[in-house]
Design a protein around this ligand. Structure first.
Ligand code: DQQ
Length: 536
């Protein structure tokens, strides 16, 4: 018999086999969560794209269904690409998605559930008017860069609006369409927003967020206590950026706040692997939930051997940070139902150069939450003003590079001899011009994650806007065989990594807390073994 695949996940969403990518049309209907996703029924690489479908009552355990949307008419015969759900007044879901037509043009289609009394909404019917939006000579839309319609929102004038990702030359575009009846859509003269030199904007997402509370908002909400978020996925770099700003409904334009940009220095949901993400409003629990596709870091040969490629991240609730300047993300609370066998780490001093094994947890499938306390900042290194790129800084100063205050953190998926490990850690620097101001760097160092050199073992990094003098510095990592999803500063910075250990597998995986800085830090927290979820 074949040995169990050591890289399949215990609680991250994946189908039994084949290629998956973007999450599509996430929604809740009559108490059931739906996840659709880009899927190749025929292989482990991208192609033959249909909308696969699974449902859940808790966002943790999933039941598979037959493909919901697949090529069947001229307007989608060459593929059913990404799209979004809109819950119409009265509760009926409408699904808008990109179809690839016989000329390989990208067009937008609409489908409705065939039978609203089927709780799983297994069958979908495409409207005969499809495509509802298409590139024409008159509208000057680029036929190969016109995809991924968002959830639509209703304006005060009773007209629906949505955006579609596009580009013109190298300018990223969020093309705006409007409709009175959801069937006839007219392109607006101006995009909702655009940005030079961004290239194609894939999978845009546009939604309101409360300035005053952590309650999520329905996509059509606007008003004085509301900010808006625009997220775009950059095809060129495979990175996502979001901005926070204002939606001017009378001009129908979105204006990012000062300093909020869709480029290198911009904000990302996740500073590791995370792409083509999409949020939805969960009306049952009044929260906004983010889904994201986590691609492999293995070679195509590795994927062929595994027979599968791609995961979905653990859904995250997102709220606006109290600063109003960024979002804060946290794994949905339902995940905690899988926690078992809590191992507490009583408050311990991690002396400079120390390593501390966390025993009693299934280290290949775990949830770890720790907080660090720092009382002495004297040994913090000075941050060179040229160190502006956190990923490069983390790559130069990996986990094995000793420092002053840090590196301290976790060695996840570690082999007993530490030959393999994925290190998630912090370093604290003092800023050159203000010695009382500290800069917190969070890193996920994959350089020793596997003895198999065929994998992409790039290191990731992010600056975390935490004041380590007055706030605790927390770290949560969701470890699941071939994925480590980490949340720094209580969700202010997230880093997801894919890793393929050859030794640190299942029962041979270990978890450690470490401090390779010269200054001591205190650590306290808990680790849980996580039960396996029922996933498809
Ligand atoms: N994936 C889909 C497109 C989208 C891209 C095709 C993003 O609709 O732009 O599978 O990963």
């Amino acid at each position: 018999p074949q040995a169990k695949d050591p890289y399949r996940t215990g609680y991250h969403f994946q189908p039994p086999k084949n290629w998956i990518n973007d999450p599509n049309g996430p929604m809740i209907y009559k108490g059931i969560y739906h996840l659709f996703y880009q899927y190749n029924p025929k292989g482990v690489v991208w192609g033959n794209i249909v909308w696969a479908h699974s449902t859940s009552t808790d966002l943790v355990n999933w039941i598979p269904h037959e493909a919901a949307i697949y090529p069947s008419q001229p307007s989608d015969i060459n593929g059913c690409w990404s799209g979004s759900a809109t819950i119409l007044p009265g509760g009926k879901p409408a699904m808008l998605y990109t179809g690839i037509n016989p000329q390989n043009q990208q067009v937008q289609n609409l489908a409705f559930p065939k039978n609203l009394s089927d709780p799983f909404l297994r069958e979908w019917v495409k409207v005969p008017q499809n495509p509802l939006m298409a590139p024409t000579l008159a509208n000057q839309v680029n036929a190969s860069s016109f995809r991924d319609p968002t959830t639509a929102w209703l304006g005060p004038d009773k007209r629906w609006r949505l955006i579609i990702g596009s580009k013109r030359h190298q300018r990223g575009l969020a093309i705006l369409y409007r409709s009175k009846d959801f069937m006839h859509w007219t392109k607006a003269k101006h995009p909702l927003h655009s940005k030079e030199k961004n290239g194609m904007w894939e999978c845009p997402d546009f939604f309101p967020i409360s300035k005053t509370s952590s309650v999520g908002l329905d996509t059509s909400t606007n008003g004085p206590n509301v900010k808006h978020v625009l997220k775009v996925s950059l095809d060129n770099t495979r990175k996502e950026y979001y901005t926070i700003g204002t939606y001017n409904i009378s001009k129908d334009i979105y204006i990012p706040d000062k300093g909020s940009v869709e480029s290198d220095s911009g904000l990302r949901y996740d500073y590791g692997k995370f792409y083509a993400s999409k949020t939805f409003f969960d009306s049952a629990k009044n929260r906004r939930i983010l889904w994201g596709w986590i691609n492999e870091s293995s070679s195509v040969n590795g994927d062929v051997k595994k027979g599968w490629s791609g995961l979905q991240a653990i859904p995250r609730t997102i709220v606006l940070d109290k600063s109003g300047k960024q979002l804060v993300q946290w794994p949905i609370v339902e995940l905690e139902k899988l926690r078992t066998k809590e191992v507490t780490l009583p408050s311990t001093v991690l002396k400079g150069g120390s390593l501390h094994e966390v025993f009693g947890v299934t280290a290949a499938q775990a949830d770890v939450e720790v907080a660090f306390e720092i009382s002495d900042f004297k040994k913090a290194e000075v941050l060179d003003p040229s160190w502006t790129n956190p990923q490069i800084l983390c790559s130069k100063k990996g986990a094995s590079v000793k420092g002053g205050l840090g590196p301290f953190g976790l060695l996840t998926l570690a082999s007993k001899d530490l030959k393999e490990n994925t290190a998630v850690f912090y370093r604290i620097f003092k800023s050159q011009n203000n010695y009382k101001k500290y800069v917190v760097l969070m890193c996920s160092d994959q350089s020793r994650s596997s003895l198999n050199q065929d994998n992409d073992m790039t290191t990731y990094g992010a600056f975390v806007t935490v004041d380590p003098v007055h706030e605790k510095l927390s770290l949560r990592s969701l470890i699941d065989h071939s994925i480590v999803e980490s949340f720094g500063g209580e969700g202010k910075a997230c880093i997801t990594a894919r890793v393929y250990p050859t030794l640190a597998v299942d029962g041979d995986a270990h978890l450690y807390a470490f401090n390779y800085g010269s200054e001591s830090v205190k650590i306290a927290g808990s680790a849980w073994s996580l039960k396996t979820a029922k996933i498809n």
